[in-house]
Design a binder for this molecule. Structure first.
Ligand SMILES: [Cu+2]
Length: 700
């Protein structure tokens, strides 16, 4: 059925392609997004932007695409639940946004990390800040990623003209198809668009069989509009995502569904000469269900569990920029409110129902100032922000079938102080100098992150941990303080027309880094109610979230050179280390060193590249998180593309060319008894996989 749908879709796209008028005028503009090849990135001093076509990536989530960039890696918690790791940090430490919108994940284990909501077939481009994100984007400890989905563009004249941008893909590793795109009408004042995507995949195959519980399906649809009124633009977008059953083998449960709505409205424009206003408001609402019996062998009736969770995020922002692009002051304020609910129950025994998070909510009000200018030959961006935070949760409800242990913990938590307020201060200074082919860069920053609602308020010992997937049972800690990091980063961009290199070294010291630690001084001895409840749930040595001290450092680089004629070599290398400072223990789930080299042939309208990736063993593992070592591996891939005519591009290739069995250090340990991976073993990477992708884009 998937393949038939794909054929139908392809036939449909070919028909459209044949009908597409030539658009010589737009060819250049489109070349930017359609014809880019090989891992070459455009760079500004503060961020890197890549287009969706510039990297061969076939996984449905954008997290896997981002993982190909320098300093980045994929934390694989499920086909639709991949998290971005940047320089050793992942989860809420990274400032992730889609179309500029930041929102809370709906799953207490982040089964829907931000990139869950960015299907690759709808992605236009990605901006990546490897080191830190600017203070105007909000607080955030590590780097930042903003994914921009495809958007209808304003046209030249006054008459409405059609636009289309559609992609269809098939890949063999999971017999999956993805189809999606955007259709719209635009003139110089108005743009209107509708977009949709649909993806379906079976279990992923690896050289030993198939990985149980890795099938998935997901649909996205929505509308967008923009209106140019006088000197400004008004924009509005609504997007709905329906994720169906999708597996999460490293977790105790799998996704039954996510139903998520996104709404965003904004205005950008010139108030007066040199005064720009940017104001927006957005909402995201997630409804989620997961369980431990639909996509994996069902446990005994008394142990069946299902969870219903919700998360809602409301945000607004206002910024005023006074000056020119290169010399200005920017003043802004923003607000974000999040509420979360998490109910756990036994569907076979309705009296067993409990709320590990009951009406938990947090809010943040922030203000910032940024200055962009130059001192002598040195370009400067300096900014500071202050945020006031609040968090609270209700006394947890629970049903009559809940055993005495958890019921007593609920009563104790009801009597505890369940409110927190705090203030954070962030500052960032970026310096760079444009010396022709050579641009040295230096960044110094102080960045913060407040504890998540799960880290602070999960009073019931469960595996909810924001996606750590280490198999440990965790309990929250209302005393947690905000994480504070000092960062220094130095690097340069160099290019001479035929070769380029963008290396960076970084160092980050994190005070009050939040990590699980032994619940008390006598781990394994069941002398507290929390340990007794945890032991009854299968873990006699639960961890509690605590503030510890940490340090991360490393280096990464993107580089490339022309070799001879159209033959070129490109590469990306990443290396990061992380360790606790207060005790001798490496940090958990840090990507091993990696190097990817691509030997490419750039034809005038086609390209071919042979890619090899080597990943080192990871022997520096966290004892605290019971992390296992992993061995290194090498894989190869072949990627090709051809641009048949302006706006019609076909990509095809083979990943894991030699069908190697390999295990990524950052994938979790299997807990799904279906399939051919032993329970408890680290999940393997996909076997040899061929793919075919067609993209058609035109502006009429
Ligand atoms: Cu979930």
């Amino acid at each position: 059925m998937p393949f038939h749908s794909l054929l139908r879709a392809s036939a449909c796209l070919f028909a459209l392609a044949a009908a597409a008028p030539a658009f010589a005028d737009e060819a250049d503009a489109d070349a930017r997004t359609i014809v880019v090849t090989a891992p070459r990135l455009t760079t500004t001093p503060t961020a890197e932007a890549v287009t969706a076509d510039s990297q061969p990536a076939t996984a449905p989530d954008t997290a896997a695409f981002i993982a190909r960039l320098p300093g980045a890696a994929l934390v694989d918690n499920g086909v639709l639940s991949g998290q971005v790791q940047l320089r050793g940090m992942f989860g809420e430490r990274i400032l992730l946004r889609i179309n500029g919108q930041h929102f809370a994940s709906g799953g207490p284990n982040a089964m829907d990390p931000a990139m869950h909501y960015a299907p690759m077939v709808l992605v236009d481009r990605i901006e990546l800040a490897r080191g830190i994100s600017p203070v105007r984007d909000g607080p955030g400890l590590g780097g930042g990623v903003n994914v921009t989905l495809k958007e209808v563009r304003f046209a030249e004249g006054g008459s409405l003209a059609p636009q289309l941008d559609a992609t269809a893909q098939y890949r063999s590793a999971d017999d999956s198809f993805a189809i999606g795109g955007l259709a719209g009408l635009a003139n110089d004042k108005l743009r209107l668009g509708v977009f949709a995507s649909r993806e379906e995949g079976d279990d992923t195959r690896f050289p030993g069989g198939r990985i149980g519980g890795t099938s998935y399906n997901r649909a996205v649809y929505g509308v967008q509009a923009g209106l140019r009124a006088g000197p400004g633009e008004l924009s509005v977008e609504y997007r709905r995502q329906e994720t169906g059953r999708a597996g999460n083998p490293p977790f105790a449960m799998d996704i039954v569904y996510f139903h998520t709505d996104f709404l965003r409205a904004g205005f950008k424009g010139d108030l007066a000469d040199g005064v720009r206003l940017d104001v927006h408001a957005h909402y995201a609402g997630v409804a989620h269900r997961m369980n431990n019996y639909s996509l994996r062998p069902a446990p005994a009736l008394s142990a069946t569990r299902q969870s219903d969770t919700t998360a809602r995020t409301l945000g607004t922002g206002l910024a005023l920029e006074i000056g020119t692009d290169t010399l200005h002051i920017r003043l802004g304020a923003d607000f974000e409110h999040v509420d979360k609910q998490y109910q756990l129950y036994n569907p076979n025994s309705p009296a067993f129902s409990i709320f590990p998070l009951d009406k938990a909510r947090s809010s943040r009000v922030g203000g910032y100032a940024e200055w962009r200018g130059a001192l002598g030959g040195v370009e400067v961006e300096a900014g500071g922000r202050v945020d006031a935070h609040r968090a609270a949760t209700d006394a947890p409800r629970f049903g009559p079938g809940v055993p005495m242990g958890p019921a007593n913990l609920a009563r104790a938590f009801a009597g505890a102080d369940r409110q927190w307020t705090g203030t954070t201060v962030d500052g960032a200074l970026r310096l760079w100098s444009d010396l022709g082919a050579f641009t040295p860069r230096l960044t110094l920053a102080h960045k913060t992150r407040v504890p998540s609602l799960v880290e602070r308020f999960s009073w019931l010992p469960t595996e909810a941990s924001g996606g750590l997937a280490d198999g440990n049972i965790y309990v929250g800690n209302v005393q947690l303080k905000a994480e504070r990091a000092w960062l220094a980063e130095a690097g340069f961009d160099w290019s001479n027309g035929s070769a380029y290199a963008r290396p960076a070294v970084f160092w980050r010291r994190v005070h009050d880094y939040i990590q699980g630690v032994a619940y008390d001084a006598t781990p394994g001895v069941l002398d507290t109610p929390v340990e007794m409840v945890a032991a009854a749930s299968g873990d006699a040595t639960p961890l509690r979230f605590a503030n510890v001290e940490a340090q991360l450092w490393g280096a990464d680089v993107a580089f490339g050179t022309k070799l001879a004629g159209p033959l070129r070599l490109d590469g990306v290398a990443s290396w990061v280390r992380g360790r606790r400072v207060d005790i001798a223990d490496p940090l958990y789930r840090i990507a091993p060193a990696s190097l990817r080299l691509a030997l490419g042939w750039d034809g005038s309208n086609w390209g071919l590249s042979l890619e090899g990736e080597g990943v080192a063993a990871q022997n520096r593992v966290s004892v605290t998180n019971s992390e296992r070592r992993s061995t290194g591996y090498v894989t190869a891939a072949l990627h090709g593309h051809v641009v048949l005519r302006d706006g019609v591009r076909i990509d095809a290739g083979v990943e894991n060319l030699f069908d190697r069995h390999y295990v990524e250090h950052l994938s979790g340990y299997n807990r799904n008894g279906f399939g051919d991976v032993a329970v408890g073993a680290r999940l393997p990477g996909a076997g040899r996989s061929a793919y075919l992708r067609l993209r058609v884009a035109f502006e009429g």
